[in-house]
Ligand binder design. Sequence first.
Ligand code: ASP
Length: 312
Amino acid sequence: MTQPSFIVHGGTGSWPQEALLDAEKGVREACAAGWKVLEADGSALDAVEAAVRVMEDAPCFDAGRGSYANKLGEVEMDAIIMDGATLNLGAVAAVKGVRHPITLARLVMTRTPHAFIVAEGARMLAEHYGLEMLPTEILLTGDELVYRQRLQVEGLADLHEMFAASAEEASGATGTGDTVGAVARDSRGDIAVATSTGGKKRKLPGRVGDSPLVGSGAYADNEAGGASTTGDGETIMRIVMAKSAVDMMRGGMGVEGAAREAVSHLEARTSGEGGIILIDNQGRVGYAFNTFVMPVAWVDEKGQVQVRVSLG
Ligand code: ASP
C-alpha cells in the first residue's frame, strides 16, 4: 500500500477578478471530493471522476454546467478519462445536453468496445444508460445564457457571415476556457486522469480542442505518471502536451521540471498559452502554467488540501 496523491485544476481561462473566489472554492471542494475516495482506498479512476463531477456542477468552470456557448448559442462538451494501469481510455466530444460528460467518457471506456464517441452517438449512449440530461438553458449560465437568449431574439447570424468572420480569426482568437482536470495515484499505485471542458468561447459548431484527445488533453501510464492539460487547444494538440510531459518523467525528469518544460515547449514552438498538472510514478505532484491564473488544488504530505489560484 502506498500513500495516495491527488491534484486538480480549474483551467487557464480568462478569469475575471470576481470569479477567483469561486474558482478557489471550486478546486478545493473538487480536491476534497477526490481525496475522500482515495482515503477510503478507492480507485484513482473513481477519485478523478468524483472530482471532475464536482467541477462540472460548478458554474464558474467551463465544463458541464457553466460551459461556454458556441457561435450558435449551443453547448458542445468534450471529456476524457484514462486508466494508467491498463492504458484503457474513454472519450467523448461535441456532446450536447449531458450533466456529467466525464461519467459518459467512463461509460465509453467500460461499456463499449470503443475509445472515443462523438456528438449524437455520445448523447444516445448517455440516454441509454440513464445519465442525467440538462437543457442548454441550464448548462449555460450568466453571460453565456444572455448570449443565447440574444441570439434567439435577434436571430442567428447568417451562416456565410459566421464562417467568413471565423476565417478572419487568428488561431487562439476565441479565448480559452476554464476547463477542469484531475490526476490521482491511489493506494495500489494506480494512476488515472480525467479532463472535461465546454471548449472555447464562441467556437464554431463541431469544433473539438485538445481536451478529449488522448495524449494532448490527458495521459496516464502507471509506469511513468499522469497529466491533464488546459489552455489553447489548437496549439496544445500540436505538441501532444500531456503525453510529452509523461514521457519526460519516463525519461527521469522530475515532476516539476517536466511541468515547466511542457509549458515552455508549448510557448516556444507554438506561442500557445496553457497549463498542466502532473503526478509521477512515485506520487509526487507538480504543475505549471504561463497564464496569470490557473486554479490548482492538491493534497500535501500531511493530507491537507493546498490551493493556488494565480501567479500573483
Ligand atoms: N483546452 C480547452 C480547449 O481548447 C480549453 C481550455 O483548456 O481552456 O477546448
